[in-house]
Ligand binder design. Sequence first.
Ligand SMILES: Cc1ncc(COP(=O)(O)O)c(C=O)c1O
Length: 384
Amino acid sequence: MTVYLDHNATSAMRPEAAGAMADALNAGGNPSSVHAPGRAARATVERARETLARHMKKRAEDIVFTSGGTEANNLAIASAKASGATRLIVSAIEHEAVIETAQNSGLPVEIWPVTGEGVVALNWLEDRLKGWDRDADGVPFVCLMAANNETGAIQPVEPAGLMVREAGGLLHVDAVQAPGKMDLAVTGLAHYVAVSGHKAGGPLGAGALALDCDAPLTRQMHGGGQEKGRRSGTENVPAIAGFAAALDAAAADEDLWERLAFLRDLAEAKIRSQAGDAVTVWAAGAERLPNTLCLSAPGWPSEIQVIALDLAGFAVSAGSACSSGKVRRSRVLEAMGAGSDHAGSALRVSFGWNNTEKDAIAFADAWLDEFDRARPKVRAAAAI
Ligand SMILES: Cc1ncc(COP(=O)(O)O)c(C=O)c1O
């Protein structure tokens, strides 16, 4: 049996989410239909909206359901032009769902640098906004993720929100990695917040964009006018119901964060104590998501590690993988100043709600065994 330690890619579905989905699937109904099954489906969607609003500390009417985190990020960034933005500020460690979308928006993109710990440099933003020429530069539109998917580094969303608001700008927060792992209240000053069901113990195929009440929105999906005309397309009722149930289940799982941190710290300490200087743990000095461990062993390429661990029964990921499954050097670690040897040997281990102490210990042992086996090659590579 594979030990699954890739919850930042997609988390294991919570039974509560599967149950809510089964109920919605069995009930059927199109939430736009006026008959009884349609009204029941509508009620399921609206209950889920209330649930998301409660967890995200937003108003239910400001939640727009989408197909996932990528679409929610696209919707927010597409709204930049409508808000009067003529250029975008995007942190250097954003997910492709933000950085690629920004680069394809037709607006110039300025990259907001991060420190060696993988946290955005707030003084950079402060200086940039001080020098902001509103006539030439338009409304400042800033994208900052809540926490990084590779390193787990939590970003200073609240102080950034204050700065952006003082400058009269708009802040978009990709909070896809946040639910169940950190407090979403930090996104209170954001104008747009993107979340995704499958990262939170819910199903694939449901996400949401939470809007601040006065945030402009430019619709991307035209059609039947669902979601108050903000996102057309029949709502994915089972996935939406599962998403909401997963958020409730995570919130009711009282010591979840402590449990995750315990597992991560256990694996990290074991690996560090035996591998010593040969291993680097990224963002170790920053506040991190409790479940995320990102490490590099220069000379031991990420893809080889992932394959060796897969054969040993552990599902983990390279620091960065593209949708084709090919591994490439971690752009996030490079932005943090890592050389190509470190960025090319990164491994991300992300624990989830159903992992145990046994999983953490077994993983650390397996990693150390594989590392010992690879060591001669690692040393040879280091000597070149
Ligand atoms: C930080 C972050 N943003 C956005 C996404 C994309 O979300 P989705 O897979 O729901 O489209 C991911 C997925 O890995 C992510 O980690």
